[in-house]
Write a protein that binds this ligand. Structure first.
Ligand code: ATP
Ligand code: MG
Length: 402
């Protein structure tokens, strides 16, 4: 792997969680969990809270849930109808730059004294959520990652967005602005279609949308450029250099797509503006915005063929792992800190050789947190883990099994 190998005792890239405290989060009433540097293994039967635990860590990192859900789903059901339905997540993190204390309160329902939504504190100080994203870098591997490779385009867009917004607040703000402008513009297109508004009104919204869109498209193209070598290298490593992966950005710019992609933001913005101007009759006919980053895709080729139609299950799995590895390498390159690596039940579905390849690749990271429902299938992990825990019905104890 290209990323530099940090010294174990050191210094520059250190990042690991020392403590996690959850109150009324999902099925956890209250849990206070000390974590070790190195490999931490959580064993538990189905539906006991393993994924919920990793979701909590991922939420502290990205301020978004890893599962598509509303904030209210995160609050423990038993307190949801109480006067103050709040889930609290708090973590202590050791970083190169010093200790970090992160707190997130998720208010499940608006009431007289509180509004629904998330409140964040970083080292005790209230922050906007967009300013707290990426303070704790984390990468989550799940068994659903195959969908990023072979599922619908929205999942590949989300993959790039989650990554880019962790390292670049400007990107995150552009995304938020883009969503707002897109809604307004779609409303206007519908009114124009119904002859309630004049097409000339589009001019202002085209400018606004292209400006935010230019930032997003440049961000995605750059992120993909950085990721590619890591993804390729990992794909080779996990398949004994048999398989290759290739990722190509496919911006939704209609006929304005040319052979070469733009380099700078202004060029992306003007290309998008051109797409909106050229496509005006089509968009008025459709009543929605047809061009721009909300319709982008990333083409994934495995051994030169489109992954979704040709790849085998094992190839998809290897590609999915490679994309997450690349994400970890990307975060480290951009942030300086190593991300905490979260593996939700992905090791148990790999054969022994691939599992070894995955674990070896993780040795460079400071902290890896693994869950499994079947400790017998991951004996090698069990023996090398520095922290071993068992999860039962929203409670966490030390794992004493062999
Ligand atoms: P598996 O091995 O099947 O993946 P798991 O240990 O990962 O299981 P989780 O997904 O972490 O299981 O936990 C699921 C449990 O948490 C379910 O029983 C679910 O009903 C419960 N749960 C989810 N959200 C809430 C909530 N808001 N309040 C109470 N319980 C919840
Ligand atoms: Mg699970």
């Amino acid at each position: 792997m290209i990323i530099s190998r940090p010294s174990r005792d050191g210094d520059r890239h250190v990042l690991y969680i020392t403590n996690l405290h959850l109150t009324n989060f999902r099925n956890y009433a209250e849990v206070d969990l000390p974590l070790e540097r190195g490999l931490n293994l959580f064993v538990g039967e189905n539906a006991q809270g393993k994924s919920n635990l990793l979701e909590a860590i991922y939420l502290l990192s990205t301020l978004r849930s890893s599962r598509a859900s509303s904030d209210s789903d995160l609050v423990r059901r038993d307190v949801f109808d109480s006067e103050f339905p709040v889930a609290r997540l708090q973590t202590e993190v050791q970083r190169a730059a010093g200790r970090l204390n992160l707190e997130v309160a998720v208010v499940g329902r608006s009431g007289e004294s509180q509004r629904a939504g998330k409140r964040v504190r970083v080292n005790g100080l209230p922050k906007r959520t967009s300013d707290a994203v990426g303070e704790l870098a984390a990468v989550l591997f799940t068994t659903l990652d195959i969908e990023v490779v072979a599922g619908p385009p929205i999942l590949r867009r989300r993959y790039l967005d989650m990554m880019a917004s962790q390292v670049d607040r400007g990107y995150l703000r552009a995304m938020q602005r883009y969503q707002r402008v897109l809604q307004q513009r779609n409303g206007l297109l519908k009114r124009i279609q119904a002859r309630d508004a004049a097409p000339s009104e589009l001019g202002f919204w085209n400018q606004e949308l292209s400006h935010a869109g230019g930032i997003i498209m440049k961000g995605r193209a750059d992120a993909l450029g950085l990721l590619m070598p890591y993804a390729c290298e990992q794909m080779g490593r996990l398949s004994d250099d048999v398989e290759t992966i290739n990722l190509t950005y496919k911006p939704a710019l209609g006929d304005a797509v040319e052979d070469h992609l733009p380099i700078d933001e202004a060029e992306w913005t003007s290309r998008m503006l051109q797409a909106l101007n050229d496509g005006r009759p089509r968009e008025i006919g459709a009543g929605v915005t047809l061009f721009g980053p909300h319709r982008d895709d990333v083409e994934v080729l495995i051994d030169g063929l489109p992954a979704a139609s040709f790849a085998s299950r094992a190839q998809l799995r290897t590609a999915a792992l490679s994309l997450r590895f690349a994400e970890a390498a990307y975060l480290q390159t951009c942030l300086g800190d190593e991300p905490v690596v979260l593996l939700d039940d992905v090791l148990s579905e790999l054969d022994e050789q691939r599992r070894r390849g995955v674990l070896e690749s993780f040795e460079i990271f400071q902290q890896v947190i693994v869950t499994t429902a079947d400790p017998d299938r991951v004996r090698d992990v069990l023996t090398s883990a520095t922290g071993r825990f068992v999860v039962t019905g929203g409670a966490i104890g030390r794992f004493e099994g062999e």
